[in-house]
Design a binder for this molecule. Sequence first.
Ligand code: R5P
Length: 283
Amino acid sequence: MIVSGSTSQVLAASLARELERPLAPVDYQRFPDGELLASVPDFDAEEAVIVASTLSSDAHVELLQLQDALAEAGCAEVTTVVPYMGYSRQDAAFEAGQPISSRAIAKAVSTGTDRVLTVNPHERAVCDFFEPTAEAVDAAGVLADPLPRDLTDPVFLSPDAGAISIAETVRDAYGEGEVDYFEKTRLSGDEVDISPSDADVTGRDVVVTDDIIATGSTMSEAVAILGERGVGRVYVTCVHPLLTTNAYTKLSRAGVETIYGTDTVERPASAVSVAPVLAERLE
Ligand code: R5P
């Protein structure tokens, strides 16, 4: 049985089709005081795969409730798929007195599951916070699927060195092209300074790839720099299209025509599904 969190209903349905497994009935309620109640009415199976991106604190609570509801229903084996793991960028205590938020959340999620899978976590090290260790699924290759086959001498760029493996994976899936990255310094929560990479991009089509687009600050800086260098077409892609607040407008104003990501985060820009990659791992 596939059990969907409210944030991942499209992906859960796609995964159920890929695996030819039934989609369990689910119910999500909110009480007048704001508390949540997620349940699995009439659940009757030995095994379940919960699919729930933890995009918000509510989504975390909902996931814990679904795990507990399955235990209550006598489900013997639970796999938890967290397509996008919220708080994964809080993977260290950056100042004295801070928590390691992703560790705290991973511990809680681990209590109600036998196995955890997560897609392209921001830092692989967060997988070790789960017990047993979560499996990191690299689904970035699907980002090559919507690209036109006639890219001109393509360059696959990541906005920082940390995301270069994503650019490499997309390039490999596309089949040809150079890989490079920008140097990035984060100035504040929504401001970054990006210095140009070494690749000569003049007249070439560029695919900029990242794990997450959140505020769009990183990408819009990168795209603005590319504009100054006379590039050809620019495609902006990411695994997790959070696209918070004014990110889409910011990127469009920076001159991006095509922005897309996967369905780990369900947004209008979620053009490709990670379901086939997850299904392969779960079969
Ligand atoms: C950071 O290291 C990540 O790889 C992304 O570049 C970052 O999270 C994107 O955030 P934003 O869209 O807010 O610049």
